[in-house]
Design a protein around this ligand. Structure first.
Ligand code: SF4
Ligand code: SF4
Length: 329
């Protein structure tokens, strides 16, 4: 695809990276075939090709995003189905990230939307606030008829109780009956940790059972994806930098074989830290290392531990959902 960035615009390193990606796109539209929002809405601007066009137009012409453009960009689910379909290997993920950051800086959302987005960005990554909010929502439910429908729908999604944790929070989980054969760090995350603690607990038990020592640094909470996808670059970078420094220190202490994520969307962002900090002299080496060490837990179990999932003795039927970000991210 032809691009028309000026020399001056290309001094901006993000523009420079995005320009290279735009030039790879041949406008074939094959990506529309696997885009859920295009399939559902049938509008060219709700597909990847249309969004790429909108982002390029905003960046090249330094346009203030219109309400309509923002609507189409906001509708992207970041499932990345378009990336594995694209024959030209267009990295749509980096374009939509750039587009969202640009929108956040150059578009003033309606007051109510700003409040909601700010609340999501602060409450969801913070376990204590999330629990407090769920309690307040419970108290507020009898009065929800007076609230706007958007808020009512969000209240429905809030859990009214949280499952009990069965594993004590610790920094290091050591295998009980085996000498450790490996040492990994686990991202226990923010929302998932409270909604479904059994996911982290099962991951730790399984790894320990196979002789893997698991470390969970207390100061690592959110991977930063939530704010990253909201285009809130500064807040996202705060989490990114915190995580990179803590994990890198662990890596320097020796024997950190992998950083595991059991939430594929978070893992996709961790694997992108290297790209995000590619121009940061201080962090680039560290971020690259963190991305190289990151694996989804299922990748680690099958590739590193060589775990066989097929039991010969029993006929087991299991359902496995390979999430979109796991397949395409
Ligand atoms: S499939 Fe790839 S090259 Fe074709 S329009 Fe989509 S992003 Fe561009
Ligand atoms: S990331 Fe998913 S929703 Fe967004 S454009 Fe690509 S396929 Fe469509």
């Amino acid at each position: 695809m032809q691009t028309n960035f000026t020399e001056n615009q290309l001094k901006d390193k993000d523009n420079k990276s995005s320009e290279k990606i735009f030039r790879k796109c041949v406008h074939c539209g094959m990506c529309n075939a696997t885009c859920p929002t295009y399939q559902l809405l049938g509008d060219e601007l709700d597909g990847p090709r249309g969004r790429i066009y909108l982002i390029q137009d905003m960046l090249e012409n330094e346009k203030k995003p219109s309400k309509n453009v923002v609507k189409h960009i906001d509708r992207c689910l970041s499932c990345y189905g378009c990336m594995t379909t694209c024959p030209s290997e267009v990295n749509y993920m980096h374009l939509i990230d750039h587009g969202r950051n640009y929108v956040e800086k150059n578009f003033q959302r309606p007051f109510f939307d700003r409040i909601i987005r700010d609340a999501l960005s602060k409450i969801l990554p913070n376990s204590k606030l999330f629990k407090l909010m769920s309690y307040l929502v419970k108290l507020g439910k009898p009065f929800q008829i007076f609230l706007p429908s958007k808020l009512k729908n969000m209240m429905k999604l809030m859990p009214s109780s949280f499952p009990k944790k069965t594993l004590k929070e610790k920094k290091i989980y050591r295998p009980k009956f085996k000498k450790p054969i490996a040492r990994v760090a686990l991202l226990t995350g923010c929302v998932q940790k409270e909604l479904s603690p059994q996911i982290n607990e099962s991951t730790i038990r399984l790894l320990n059972r196979h002789g893997v020592e698991v470390i969970v640094p207390k100061k690592i909470q959110c991977c930063g994806s939530l704010n990253h996808h909201l285009g809130k670059q500064d807040l996202a970078h705060k989490d990114f930098i915190n995580n990179i420094n803590i994990w890198y220190d662990e890596y320097l202490r020796g024997n950190l074989d992998a950083i595991l994520s059991n939430t594929s969307g978070c893992g996709t962002t961790l694997k992108d830290y290297g790209f995000i900090f590619r121009n940061n002299k201080e962090l680039k080496k560290k971020a690259k290392k963190i991305s190289e060490l990151t694996k989804d837990v299922s990748e680690y179990l099958s590739k590193n531990l060589n775990l066989k999932f097929i039991s010969k003795s029993k006929k087991l039927k299991i359902a496995y959902h390979s999430a979109c970000s796991m397949q395409h991210g």
